[in-house]
Design a protein around this ligand. Structure first.
Ligand SMILES: [Zn+2]
Length: 472
């Protein structure tokens, strides 16, 4: 979210309305699935299969736009380009994971996620899912619901769209699952200077420079799809243009698709404090998207794909309930937010956070080598940098805006600088919440990889040793 006006405004009111008690880390794991690697009779235990599916999710004109508070509830008047939900489903060693890129501002709402998870599990046995908004600031508001004061009556077109959206995402995922075929994969990465830190004044200004490209081919070498993971706010389309657009990720995906005759899925990274940093002659949305695409193409074309030695999908989903730095039970606070954005949107938001900030973390270990981690918000880049440094795996990819949206997760030290994205106005979650989630992700990765010793195993090994010594 980007809104300087709203930010200044809200900073004033937030100062007087913070919950004054020191934030206490009470992250509770309300729901944590055990690592799963359950066998599915439809898939051979040794198979590695990948499929792609998509749906056009461009809304009709007439929905409020998401991303800039200063627009308030102004309605979109058309589109610059189409928005898509694009899904890759990986079937590996009996497990399945769906990776979905949305040309929307945020990941699906909690109610949407509940429906999507249940349906793809029931109908296709897909237990693990990452659904990330690209964070385009030219998508529709997906929070509004069929309830008076929360959208109904005033924004009926948006309510109708939001009710249909999960079905379209489900259709894309099921289509990808049904299309899955024996596959090979390869990953290539490159560090770029095409993003910049827009928040910190501390030098050197940190970024997450990693562009990661995952290429999936069929067994004849024909690309099934290309997954792109990079972190930069998609805010290059003019704010005043009240039209839907996928922003730079749209241009990126279209160029890759045209050049490689395949499908491209963009997964936004930890872009909470990162803006685009185009080189001199690429300073517009199309040029920047296509500049990134050139790097994607080079990486994709140089990547050797192969069938994984140990195909497998193991994963874990965790829910947290963090304390809030903002007191949303204070009517004055809520009124000020409503002025800064618009009342129906804020009522939907407050309804979700009135008992705490409900964050979600997803961790998947793919083929015993690749970690996929998704967090439900705008994570600052040092969260993903540190996770990548600490995981000691071949590849660790971080997806932001994933499976929900709880606004900004600055690092502890970034929060100490204040400013947009770090202050409680748009980062209500308690201090240290992002670090706590990344620690959990790291523990999940090592647990899923079987790297932790258990006391039982240590005792078992010492008993065996003693037996050998005694000649038994
Ligand atoms: Zn943002």
């Amino acid at each position: 979210m980007t809104n300087k006006t709203a930010s200044v405004f809200l900073t004033l009111i937030a100062v007087t309305s913070l919950v004054l008690s020191a934030p206490v880390m009470v992250a509770t794991c309300a729901h944590a699935e055990e690592p799963s690697n359950q066998s599915n009779s439809a898939v051979s235990e040794t198979a590695f299969r990948v499929g792609f599916g998509e749906r056009d999710i461009t809304p009709p004109p007439g929905l409020p736009l998401w991303g800039y508070g200063a627009r308030h509830d102004k309605l979109a008047v058309g589109k610059l380009d189409s928005l898509f939900a694009k899904a890759i489903v990986i079937q590996a060693g009996g497990g399945k994971v769906a990776i979905v890129g949305l040309d929307l501002g945020r990941g699906p709402t909690r109610a949407m996620m509940k429906k999507i998870r249940k349906t793809i599990a029931d109908q296709a046995g897909i237990e693990h899912v990452f659904i990330s908004g690209s964070h385009t600031h030219h998508g529709p508001c997906i929070e509004l619901v069929d309830r008076k004061g929360f959208g109904k009556g005033k924004f009926d077109a948006a309510v109708a769209y939001n009710e249909k959206l999960p079905d379209l995402i489900i259709e894309a995922i099921l289509e990808a699952d049904a299309a899955a075929k024996p596959a090979r994969m390869g990953i290539a990465k490159q560090n770029l200077s095409l993003n910049r830190n827009r928040h910190t004044k501390r030098k050197p200004k940190v970024t997450d420079p990693m562009l990661a490209v995952v290429r999936f081919d069929d067994l004849h070498g024909k690309p099934i799809s290309i997954l792109v993971n990079f972190a930069a706010h998609p805010v290059m389309t003019e704010e005043a243009l009240l039209k839907y657009s996928a922003d730079y990720p749209g241009f990126l995906q279209r160029k890759v698709e045209t050049e490689l005759h395949t499908k491209c899925v963009f997964m936004q990274g930890a872009a909470g404090d990162l803006s685009p940093n185009p080189t001199k002659n690429f300073r517009n949305v199309k040029a920047y998207g296509e500049e990134l695409a050139e790097h994607v193409l080079t990486l994709a074309q140089s990547t050797r794909t192969e069938q994984p030695e140990k195909p497998s999908v193991k994963g874990k989903v965790e829910h947290f309930l963090f304390t809030s730095r903002v007191d949303y039970s204070n009517p004055l606070v809520v009124y000020m937010y409503q002025k800064a954005f618009f009342p129906e949107l804020i009522r939907c938001f407050v309804d979700e956070v009135k008992n705490g900030i409900p964050a979600e973390l997803n961790t998947v270990l793919l083929n015993e080598k690749i970690a996929l981690v998704g967090g439900s918000g705008e994570f600052f880049c040092n969260h993903s940098n540190r996770l990548k440094q600490r995981s000691y795996l071949d590849h660790t990819l971080f997806f932001g805006y994933c499976n929900g949206h709880n606004l900004y997760f600055p690092t502890i030290e970034a929060a100490s600088e204040g400013g947009y994205g770090a202050s409680p106005t748009v980062s209500p979650v308690e201090l240290g919440a992002g670090e706590h989630m990344m620690n959990r992700a790291l523990i999940n990765i090592y647990t899923l990889a079987g790297r932790y010793e258990t006391l039982e195993a240590i005792l078992g090994a010492s008993r065996k040793g003693a037996s050998r010594k005694n000649g038994k």
